[in-house]
Design a protein around this ligand. Sequence first.
Ligand code: IMP
Ligand code: MG
Length: 176
Amino acid sequence: MTGAAPIERVLFTGEEIAARIREVAAQVTRDYQGRTIKLIGVLKGSVFFLTELARHIGVPVKIDFLGISSFSNRSGAPGVVRIAKDLDESIEGEDVLLVEDIVDTGFTLRYLLQTLAGRSPNSLAVCTFLDRNSRRIVQVRVDYRCFEIPDRFVVGFGLDYNQLYRNLGYVAVLKP
Ligand code: IMP
Ligand code: MG
């Protein structure tokens, strides 16, 4: 279902996404044997990915969300990020897996990692659906990634353009 989105081309179909998420979930399951994972989703983009990932993780999982506002200018100057909706529960002593929709410049992720690390989790790792490494400005650690993508704006499976197209079941490049 395209929702009449102005799509140039599909990068990953729903089937490809489902298969890849299962692989990453299996990897996470192996790495966290014997532990409970606190999945932290960054609203709103990561929601579709997080639910699909969580369904296929084979160790106990807790879920929490945080919302951020970022102000960055189009020239790529450092983005200012702040927490607009904080977590409901403490992460002290928890094995936290931060779930992102996409890591682009890395500013958002760096801010989130610094903030969460200051709250004394037992461990802190990052799982991103998409990674656009070619645009990275600040180096951040990404532990799990589903797909590397080219330097094109994409929508679908949680990613939006002006809040639209998050509900597409695939990832696509928008027409310019
Ligand atoms: P950065 O890594 O701090 O540059 O920011 C990443 C954030 O920018 C993501 O969480 C998305 O909200 C947004 N973003 C970056 N690239 C795209 C894209 O291609 N489509 C939709 N949102 C994007
Ligand atoms: Mg985001």
